[in-house]
Design a protein around this ligand. Structure first.
Ligand code: GLP
Length: 242
């Protein structure tokens, strides 16, 4: 694991984006695992800039997103599908067929999880997985608990996570209670994992994920088992690391 404490989030996101952009330049049909949340917004902004400047094309690349809320339509502005369109896809040149995200509206969510695992198998090993981390240590929507799942599954969101994401919804009551997420096993299959985290609210999660025991109570700690994780932090998120 390589940990880089950057001057600020903008610098950290530019460094993280350079890994993603470099991977696609080296291998135009690269498979990218992508995350939602505030943390990677600067990564996606830099990817859009690089595309606009003609430095990279995503035309032959594939994007697979980590997760989606259950019960939100893809065109609901609070959905992760809408977030990804706003922050990245509308500004770069992925083919529509090269973009994958779980369908939170599927009538049979168990079948949707199986379908998404099929998608992950079909697209092949992700070259780079972009990741954020929740304040409670969740990655994707794999919440802390006694057990973690390997493959795509339905999760019940913790009240802490619902509250943390409430700003993206008209009210807390409208934050879905469930989501479909890639499992921790799926996440760890990526060749390279790029984790970004910023601000004091992430300091404790970063400490326990990077320095604590590998334990299901902090899903991010499973990243310690992966051979190529690059972590980009601002000083606030890094402040509990010695
Ligand atoms: C979200 C996502 C995660 C993300 C995390 C932190 O709900 N499911 O993929 O890493 O919570 O989000 P943020 O970056 O906004 O703090």
């Amino acid at each position: 694991m390589r940990i880089q404490v950057c001057a600020d989030a903008a610098v950290a996101c530019a460094e993280a984006a350079a890994i993603v952009i470099g991977a696609v330049r080296a291998k135009p049909d690269a498979v990218l695992g992508l995350a939602t949340g505030r943390s990677p917004i600067g990564v996606y902004a830099r990817m859009r800039q690089a595309y606009a400047a003609g430095e990279v094309s995503f035309r032959r690349a594939t994007a697979v997103n980590l997760d989606e809320y259950a019960g939100l339509k893809a065109d609901d502005p609070s959905s992760f599908a809408a977030f990804m369109r706003r922050e990245l896809y509308a500004g770069v040149d992925f083919r529509e067929a090269g973009i994958h995200i779980p369908d939170g509206m599927a009538a049979d969510l168990a079948a949707e999880c199986a379908r998404y695992d099929g998608v992950l198998n079909a697209v092949g090993t992700r070259d780079v997985q972009v990741l954020g981390i929740g304040a409670n240590g969740h990655i994707g929507f794999n919440e802390p608990g006694e057990k973690l799942s390997a493959g795509t599954h339905v999760v019940r969101l913790t009240e802490e996570t619902r509250a943390a994401n409430a700003a993206d919804f008209p009210s807390l009551g409208e934050v879905p209670t469930h989501a479909v997420t890639m499992g921790v096993g799926d996440i760890l299959k990526a060749r390279t994992i790029v984790l970004v985290a910023f601000g004091p609210a992430k300091a404790e999660a970063i400490r326990s994920a990077l320095r604590g025991p590998v334990a299901t109570g902090c899903p991010g700690s499973l990243l310690q088992l992966h051979p190529d994780v690059r972590v980009f932090l601002d000083p606030e998120a890094a402040r509990q690391l010695e």
